[in-house]
Design a protein around this ligand. Sequence first.
Ligand code: NAD
Length: 309
Amino acid sequence: MVKPIEKAAVIGSGVMGAAIAAHLAGAGISCLLLDIVPEHLTENEKKAGLTLEHPQFRNRLASSAIERLTKTNPPPLYSEAFASRITPGNLDDDLGKLADSDWIIEVVVERLDVKKSLFARIEKVWKAGTIVTSNTSGISIRAMVEERGADFKRHFLGTHFFNPPRYMKLLEVIPGETTDPAIVSYMTEFCEKRLGKGVVRAKDTPNFIANCIGTYGLLVTLREMLEKGFTVEEIDAVTGPALGRPKSATLRTLDLVGLDTFVHVARNVYDLVDGEAEKNVFEVPEVLKSMVNQGWTGEKSGQGFYKKV
Ligand code: NAD
């Protein structure tokens, strides 16, 4: 018997985590939103007399995500009840609170090492019956929890939301080889009926289905653009509105996704493919690496292929 989901916890309050929490809150599900404790105070925080121990500092990442969602980018049917369903916190102080959740969703940076060590921490406070999922773009479901216990693995699968989660209907459900089939069926129905998603079941293969095609397409487009000297405007003109796809212009999409996240996704596939031809496709172009190295991560930093004005 699967424990029904009433309370969720989202770990990672970046581009996707904050928006997934907002979507759940909009569906009436109360949600703990956790992130790591930032390492430094900002100059403004120092001037305001904050200390590293202050809760406002320790919850800064999750709190600012909620503020961004509710004050600067409120959903169409925003109400006070919406924001009050999300509780911000930080992983160090609030890890134990995960025991109250029926569903824990991992939405942290796309790195296997980070995700693996997070699941080791979660397992320590995990209560049998709680469903645990990852929003990974394409990291192996099996690999993320290979060192966890059998019962934890039975409750673990991938639920891959697409960006922006409020508007994108697609959601990939990716069972691992050890996931309990009853939990896979429950999550499929829950995501369809309660969250309004169109679920596609995917196998646990690199980048699943959508990103397997998508990453390939984006990298080939970038390479053609660089080799043939097409401009940013030209690429977006022929892949966006003029094609009847108002929101899917290639480079605007990359800015929305986050160039750093895309580099992680492409590197993960590069490491897994064999043969020179495939390696050549998935190798990240130098220009993309240097954009990320100088902090041009896309919309989240205000600068990617486009500058936020
Ligand atoms: P992001 O960079 O916006 O946010 C990542 C979050 O992870 C940050 O809030 C950061 O503080 C946190 N984090 C970093 N290191 C951590 C650590 N050691 N422990 C715990 N938390 C840590 O990234 P995002 O775009 O929200 O992506 C999150 C996940 O969702 C990734 O797995 C990504 O592949 C996946 N995803 C992203 C998109 C997209 O369009 N951006 C779409 C679908 C899936």
